[in-house]
Write a new protein. Structure first.
Length: 210
């Protein structure tokens, strides 16, 4: 028999979960859509402001054979935003975070990653609705959902994810991969999920809403 940290059987804990109020779930969904809209707007701005459409035929979508890979759009020169630390630098991410899944063929990668993102979002909202996690979990779900759906939309619509934020610090030889608002949302959301998932929901969480 599996026991929880407080000595109670795990199946008893699951059965004791109280579904969250519909208004809490609805508030979480609305927050996710609001954050999703912010991410989508920032990417549309980056496409129109930090890059130009190519004239003539575009290179093969996410073709890794060339070095460096030719992008679908023509990027502008990087523009400093905060000194030499943060800049606006248009990039097209054909894989998952940090270049993961780059070896998967582009057509498969395009929809496989989108499918995984959608499945994860559905699972998170189901867990939230059933009463899992604490208040931090309730806040974390819409952040992760918005970021995952934002990048998923890019992959389906464009075949790549639009990135445009670049952090680097030459004195420390630090150069972080270019990212976007969705990546920030996911990072914040995952941190909240880790905090909230390890704590059992309390009665006060029933009324807590984003």
């Amino acid at each position: 028999m599996t026991l929880t940290t407080d000595g109670a059987p795990a199946h008893d804990l699951v059965s004791a979960l109280t579904p969250r109020a519909p208004r809490v779930v609805a508030a979480s969904v609305l927050l996710a859509f609001a954050l999703f809209a912010i991410d989508a707007g920032s990417k549309a701005w980056a496409l129109s402001t930090l890059s130009d459409a190519r004239v003539g035929a575009a290179p093969s979508l996410c073709d890794d054979a060339s070095a460096p890979r030719r992008m679908q759009r023509l990027p502008h020169a990087a523009a400093p935003l905060v000194g030499e630390v943060l800049s606006l630098d248009y990039a097209e991410n054909c894989s998952a975070a940090f270049g993961l899944a780059r070896q998967i063929p582009a057509p498969v990668r395009r929809y496989a990653l989108a499918g995984l993102a959608l499945a994860a979002v559905v699972a998170l909202f189901v867990a939230l609705a059933r009463g899992h996690g604490s208040t931090a979990f309730v806040w974390g779900v819409p952040f992760v959902a918005a970021g995952a759906l934002g990048n998923m939309l890019d992959r389906i619509r464009l075949g790549f994810v639009v990135d445009f934020l670049h952090v680097q610090y030459a004195p420390w030889d630090f150069d972080y991969p270019v990212f976007n608002v969705a990546d920030i949302l996911i990072a914040v959301g995952v941190a909240l999920l880790v905090i909230g998932a390890s704590r059992r929901a309390s009665p006060s969480d029933e009324t807590a809403s984003p």
